[in-house]
Write a protein that binds this ligand. Structure first.
Ligand SMILES: Cc1cc2nc3c(=O)[nH]c(=O)nc-3n(C[C@H](O)[C@H](O)[C@H](O)COP(=O)(O)OP(=O)(O)OC[C@H]3O[C@@H](n4cnc5c(N)ncnc54)[C@H](O)[C@@H]3O)c2cc1C
Length: 342
């Protein structure tokens, strides 16, 4: 019989579990019920007992690694903590969020335990055995993986499960002792971009895509990059949407063309870019070519604003296409959004 352990960690605030961790808790509960087996959840935090309060109603065995040394991500301490939790739970299946914190240590921990690991898991099924799905070749091929070797670590992509939410309260948490190796890394602090500069927001409801049209000559024969920047940033500020881009637009910097300064290749959506998950997507000034749209596989409702009535979006790639000037549409949209807020 499988013994399932979900590994979780807290967010930067230090007291609440990350949304991605809570999503994996849901996946663990579903798997435990499908396989009729028990579930353990391991929490890593400075004070893991506070964070574990959110898991009261899971009915899972709660294990924790606590201490100020676990407040910050660090390979040596995180790997030791995960290893100790896996050993304490005697886990055969270990589920964890594919966060930067766990992605960094999970393969090493699997190796220490003589196990195996698969990453970017989007779905877990199987009633007799465990079957994990992931996408290959830029989300074009979906594979279902099963393995005999244990422990089997599965890192889940964010946004693939509903985050667990239940009654909070106190409950028994077993503290697990960790034998720490000598620490060579000291975390002196965090340097993060100011909030508005961070345009990639994986948890946002909506993806807003800017295409190369924003920096092209407009019907008046001029380019209007400053105005484009104002409209795009205004929309992001009003909606909290995540900013994506076409490849053509982010490549322009290398071609010595005028660019939108807040865009980088990290914003690129598509075959050679990202494939984010959002409930809705709005594409503007983008042609909707296949190498771009392949990155929209996990976007729910799709809308586009393009001047070209023959663009890819109108050919079945979007649910709704507005054949219109995006400068005018976004100006009006921002005005309506801001009026609604006032
Ligand atoms: C191997 C390979 C991999 C690739 N990978 C990717 C990838 O990962 N991601 C990606 O995006 N692309 C990728 N591409 C490139 C892709 O094929 C397209 O070239 C690119 O997506 C085009 O970007 P675009 O639609 O923004 O620009 P354009 O093709 O220049 O389209 C601009 C659009 O804006 C419209 N427009 C202009 N002004 C306005 C206005 N005022 N209002 C409304 N609409 C307006 C125009 O009508 C036009 O339709 C790849 C290509 C190859 C060969």
């Amino acid at each position: 019989m499988e013994s399932i352990l979900v590994l979780t960690h807290v967010d930067e605030g230090g007291s609440a579990l990350t949304k991605a961790s809570l999503e994996v808790v849901t996946a663990g509960m579903e798997m435990a019920s499908r396989l009729s087996t028990s579930l353990a959840v391991g929490v890593i935090a400075a004070d893991a007992t506070i964070a574990a309060g959110a898991l009261t109603s899971t009915g899972a065995r709660l294990l924790a690694v606590s201490g100020s040394i676990f407040a910050q991500p660090r390979y040596a301490s995180d790997a030791a903590a995960c290893e100790a939790l896996c050993r304490a739970a005697n886990a055969s299946i270990v589920l964890a969020p594919g966060s930067s914190r766990f992605a960094r240590v999970a393969a090493g921990v699997a190796h220490r335990l003589g196990g195996v690991i698969d990453t970017h898991i989007t779905e877990i099924g199987g009633s007799e055995s465990v079957e994990a799905s992931r996408w290959f070749y830029r989300q074009r091929i979906e594979a279902v993986i099963s393995r005999d070797r244990r422990p089997w670590f599965l890192l889940l992509d964010a946004g693939t499960h509903t985050a667990f939410a239940g009654a909070t309260g106190g409950m028994d948490v077993e503290q697990v002792a960790v034998e720490l190796p000598a620490m060579r890394t000291t975390v002196t602090g965090l340097r993060t971009p100011i909030k508005d500069a961070q345009t990639i927001r994986p948890d946002a409801e909506m993806l807003f895509v800017a295409g190369a049209g924003w920096t092209k000559k407009q019907p008046d024969g001029q380019i209007h990059v400053d105005e484009a920047a104002r409209l795009i940033l205004g929309f992001l500020q009003a909606t909290g949407a995540s900013l994506g881009s076409s490849k053509s637009l982010v490549d322009q910097g290398g071609d010595n063309q005028q660019v939108l300064p807040f865009l980088s290749h990290l914003n690129q959506i598509g075959q050679t870019g990202a494939t984010p998950r959002h409930a809705k997507g709005l594409s503007t000034c983008c042609h909707g070519e296949e190498p771009h749209v392949v990155g929209w596989r996990f976007i729910g409702e799709r809308r586009a604003v393009s001047l070209d009535p023959n663009c890819g979006w109108t050919r079945g790639k979007a649910d709704v296409v507005y054949v219109a000037d995006a400068f005018k549409v976004m100006e009006k949209l921002n005005a309506l959004l801001n009026a609604g807020k006032a």
